[in-house]
Design a protein around this ligand. Sequence first.
Ligand code: FES
Length: 224
Amino acid sequence: MGYKAKFRVYRGDGEQGGLENYEVDVNEGEVVLDIIPRLQATQTPDLAVRWNCKAGKCGSCSAEVNGKPRLLCMTRMSTFDENETITVTPLRAFPVIRDLVTNVSFNYAKARQIPAFAPPTDIKAGDYRMQQIDVERSQEFRKCIECFLCQDTCHVVRDHEENKESFAGPRFFIRAAELDMHPLDARTDRKSFAKAERVCATSPSAAPTCVPSTSRSPTTRSSL
Ligand code: FES
């Protein structure tokens, strides 16, 4: 059964703006990312919102719903009461460009600092061998969809303007950790990794992804 939901959506840019009220049709089984484009199509054609896959895979629809960091495409309307007013605002940890779209570009600037995989020079391409445990460990780091909700949740970033641009974004940190634990990465200069580890030590919210280098498999490289 359809109904009309009450929404409050942030309209404005980083300088000025505020919450505006809307009533939008909702159908059974929909998610918030069904409603926002409907609002755009029927009432506010200039509403800025970023999304892509609508499947929880691309990480681009991140926003805050009732003050909590959420993927709009994974937030079911059935989790709200029909009479509830649902507030949708941009991620607070990032500068607002317009409406629900924030500027997350410094994460990509950090990503460009990740060094490339440096294979060992004494083994021919095609002769590299890794144990399955090392393959799985690397794949774990590839599961990040870069929605940046972890940064939005982390008080070290969210509440401290001075940390925002220098924080080693998730892509940087995760890829740095992946390379650091890669049994075939032959790099000896690990300055950038040491920097990532310092962030790990000072940011409690990053702790789940902080794996000490001593947990690296000792077997793969030495068994070649
Ligand atoms: Fe891709 Fe929501 S649109 S994760």
